[in-house]
Write a protein that binds this ligand. Structure first.
Ligand code: GDD
Ligand code: MN
Length: 836
């Protein structure tokens, strides 16, 4: 092995996929030589690297053997490479070269000579990241404080989840920082964290460990040119510079250092403070510049400025009166008097500003806002006092001089309030829901309540493919009611239970217990809120809190359907967002963006052209082009109903409909989506809203007389659009993308986004299931002709039958696939691959 145990050469590398050399040169401003990692070891199967693990090292020779031998197996299944960025004076590079050959993944080394060690640890990490080949980059220490096994699991989670940054946390869930070694270090670390969080209350609000040295990020989500960290805190810089990055945390237990000693020092501590100061001041400048762009918003800001001015005027009165009091009767020095008066007027102003002007922009705790408000006014006081003194010397009366200084700084005070303290922070807002993955720790099991029974009262058999048992009635699945299914045979069980902690919490959280396949969603209101828990397995066990149990629509749409979708995929079917009817024996599928007029078209096709109904919202499809019915009740608007002149609704139902359709329209949904960007108990709000005003849902045959078909061979797919009338063919690839996008949109409402990536069914993870779903759809579409039909007069229901008649001639009178006799899904109807 001696031939590799030489000091590795610096510079040349065989290839540079991650980084065009020009960019590197530009970044380094000619200060540093071109540095690139070279391969110490490159296994044969190294083509497709998904993950680059960056390990910064400084004098870690004793840790390298153990690091490599533990990291290797942890990374083996992940298509990874290791990039060591070394600033050592000891023989770390040589030891690394000696051990690299045994690693199952590629090992690259970038040794920085003393002249090129800019940025210390952080500089090393950023430089390494520039050379990364993987789509994900994991950063970890070399001293085994970040257990390689945890690091590997964290990377696995990152690769699977739909987020941009995954932070290894010591401060949440079962994480711990005991490995830091020493109470003093632990205390410093947790205080440093608090300091950083209080300086960036919004940007770091969902993150418990922004100082972590163990983290991963998606390469495309981070602009390396925008980060220029100094010292140890790369992650902090990354989070602050990328406010829109979606973050999840993984709780891990920090281990003690394996060998050698920590490079943390008082000097690093000072560098950290300097780093914080730089981040904060740059951000402040950025915030002050981030004025509103649209005229309307500028007018609003002007309005707030006037209001702020009025409050300020009243504060000026308070301030002047107080100053008079301290100066005249109390006989204090005028500067001291001014300082005291400022505290009083600041309190006065804060109460008014916080309660009146920025009532809707309030974020975080009252104490935090008050603290920042006082801090600002006292900093400005430091500016004002010399001004005041100068004016007094110039012969201006003390009260007048004081008022002048207050007025002079009005604009600064307003802008800092408007753009910093109460900023809407519209640019890149982080998801308000905390995502936490617990690697090893077991869930603190809630004791099953004896008040509640376990029996599943309602059973459903979804087209013979998936069975569901539920304690709450699921109106969406009413068509599939199948009470003959045995309790023990269900694939998905839904029970009412107390989920989550008793007390209220600051924000909603999705917690995943990786080793138990448990997912728990909790909202602000504690057990009273819309909490749920999912245990993946067979059966999939869903527990919903009592509030959710009263809103079956919410439970169905946001939880059950999402799971049902992937169970169906694992059994070879897809729930495609589309409507389906059978017209004279021809399977016709319709797809459209929300609120185009799909439902009205479906109803008119049924009423005017004698179609069979299969589905309106989701259709169950299989790769052979067959669609199976999925007849959920239709969500209708008053508009739709008028279009088909539904007869059967009572006057009370009509009256209610006006109201219901407004709330449950596209506008209502987008309002809910907007709300979900804020730290609100969105599922709870949703559940209560739907409880008070249920969505207007009616079974299809109550709206128009029709029959329901069970399966049909789909031959035509029409994507209906509003616009200048036209009909044009759509290629398969484009149709595929559109349909996937459309289906994703249907699942856009949280918490799907937070829970989906954790879904594993059978052996298949979320990514694989998505891939499988794509294949099913590809197969399906290969059997179908796809066209876009645009109309400006809602004329699709006339246009489509006309087209079919022209192309296929007059219909034969035979109709296919009408409902079979009871029980529905037996024998030939049950698609292959259904329950064993
Ligand atoms: N290339 C390079 N250059 N690597 C360095 C340098 C440097 O100047 N300084 C330290 N390292 C490497 C070390 O060799 C080790 O692999 C890793 O960075 C962490 O250094 P430690 O000296 O072990 O630091 P620590 O354990 O005190 O700090 C860790 O925990 C902090 C949180 O409390 C680090 O992970 C920090 O990033 C983290 O903030
Ligand atoms: Mn360490």
């Amino acid at each position: 092995m001696t031939e590799v145990a030489q000091t590795p050469s610096i510079g040349k590398d065989d290839e540079e996929p991650g980084n065009p050399g020009g960019e590197l040169r530009r970044r380094q401003n000619g200060r540093e030589p071109d540095l690139a990692p070279h391969y110490l070891h490159r296994p044969a199967a190294d083509q497709q690297v998904r993950l680059s693990v960056i390990v910064p090292t400084r004098d870690e020779a004793e840790n390298i053997p153990a690091l490599l031998s533990r990291l290797g197996p942890a990374l083996a299944p992940l298509h990874a490479e290791i990039i060591v960025v070394d600033d050592s004076e000891d023989d770390t590079p040589a030891v690394l070269a000696r051990h690299a050959a045994d690693a199952p993944v590629a090992v690259r080394l970038l040794h920085r000579p003393p002249s090129a060690r800019t940025g210390g640890l952080s500089g090393a990490v950023v430089l390494g990241a520039r050379h990364a080949r993987g789509e994900w980059i994991l950063v970890m220490d070399a001293d085994l404080q970040h257990p390689p096994e945890s690091a590997g699991m964290l990377a696995g989670i990152a690769l699977r989840h739909d987020v941009d940054v995954v932070v290894g946390t010591r401060y949440a869930g079962e994480g711990s920082n005991e490995g830091l070694g020493g109470a003093a270090r632990e205390a410093t670390s947790s205080w440093a964290t608090r300091l950083a969080k209080s300086l960036f209350p919004r940007r770091l609000n969902t993150i418990t460990d922004p100082m972590s040295g163990l983290f991963a990020f998606r390469r495309t989500a981070v602009d390396l040119d925008r980060v220029n960290p100094i010292g140890f805190k790369v992650l902090l810089e990354l989070l602050i510079r990328h406010p829109g990055a979606r973050v999840a945390e993984v709780a891990y237990e920090m281990a003690p250092r394996h060998a050698g000693h920590s490079k943390a020092s008082v000097r690093e501590g000072l560098t950290f403070l300097r780093h914080l100061w730089r981040l904060r001041s740059q951000r402040l400048v950025g915030q002050m510049r981030e004025g509103p762009a649209a005229t309307r918003d500028r007018l609003r800001e002007l309005g707030r400025m006037i209001a702020f001015g009025l409050v300020g005027l009243s504060g000026l009165v308070v301030n002047t009166a107080a100053l008079w009091f301290f100066y005249e009767p109390a006989n204090l020095h005028h500067l001291l008097g001014a300082a005291l008066a400022t505290q009083l007027s600041t309190a006065w102003n804060f109460v008014l500003v916080d309660a009146l002007i920025y009532r809707r922009n309030r974020q975080g705790a009252l104490a935090g806002r008050a603290g920042r408000f006082f801090l600002l006014n006292n900093l400005l006081l430091l500016l004002r006092l010399p001004m005041l003194q100068a004016l007094v010397w110039a012969g201006v009366g003390i009260l007048t001089a004081n008022a002048l200084t207050l007025v002079a700084l009005f604009l600064v005070r307003f802008l800092v309030n408007d753009r910093v303290i109460y900023a809407w922070g519209s640019t890149g807002r982080r998801d308000p829901v905390r995502m936490l993955v617990n690697l090893e720790a077991p869930e603190a099991a809630a004791t099953p309540s004896r008040k509640r029974y376990q029996y599943l009262k309602y059973r459903y058999d979804v087209a013979g493919v998936v069975t569901i048992g539920s304690q709450i009635m699921l109106p969406e699945l009413e068509f599939f009611r199948a009470q003959w299914i045995a309790d023990s045979d269900v694939d998905i069980a839904v029970r009412v239970s107390d989920v989550g902690g008793r007390g209220p919490r600051r924000r909603a959280a999705m917690t995943e217990y990786a080793n138990q396949s448990v997912l728990r969603y909790e909202e602000h209101l504690g057990r009273l809120g819309a909490n749920f828990r999912i245990q993946l397995g067979s059966p999939i066990d869903i527990q919903v809190g009592p509030l959710l149990a009263r809103s079956p629509h919410v439970v169905y749409t946001n939880i059950i359907e999402a799971l049902l979708r992937f169970v169906l995929v694992s059994r070879g079917h897809m729930l495609l967002h589309s409507a389906c009817v059978s017209l004279n024996g021809v399977g016709v599928m319709l797809s459209a963006l929300t609120d185009t007029g799909k439902t009205a078209t479906v109803l008119r096709l049924l009423r005017d052209h004698g179609g069979l109904f299969l589905s309106d919202d989701m259709t169950l499809i299989s790769p052979d082009g067959v669609a199976t019915c999925f007849p959920k009740p239709l969500t209708i608007s008053a508009h739709t109903l008028r279009a088909v002149q539904a007869q059967d609704l009572t006057p009370a139902e009509w009256r209610r409909l006006q109201f219901q359709s407004r709330l449950h329209s596209k506008g209502g949904r987008s309002l809910a989506l907007t709300l979900s960007r804020f730290n609100l108990p969105i599922m709870g709000i949703n559940a209560i809203t739907q409880r008070l005003v249920p969505p207007p849902k009616y079974s299809v045959d109550r709206l128009v007389p029709c029959r329901i078909g069970t399966t049909t061979q789909v031959e035509e797919l029409f994507i209906i659009e509003r616009g200048t009338p036209r009909i044009s063919d759509l290629g398969q690839a484009e149709t595929l993308e559109r349909m996937i996008q459309n289906t994703d949109d249907a699942y856009g409402f949280p918490p799907f986004r937070y829970l989906a990536p954790a879904i594993t069914i059978g052996e298949q993870g979320y990514g694989q299931l998505r891939q499988r779903e794509r294949e099913i759809l590809t197969g399906f579409l290969s059997q179908v002709r796809s066209r876009v039909v645009a109309s400006d007069r809602f004329g699709w229901a006339d246009e489509i039958p006309r087209l079919l008649r022209e192309e296929r001639g007059e219909p034969a009178t035979t109709q296919t696939a009408v409902l079979p006799a009871w029980p529905r899904w037996s024998g030939a109807l049950a698609p292959s691959g259904a329950r064993a």
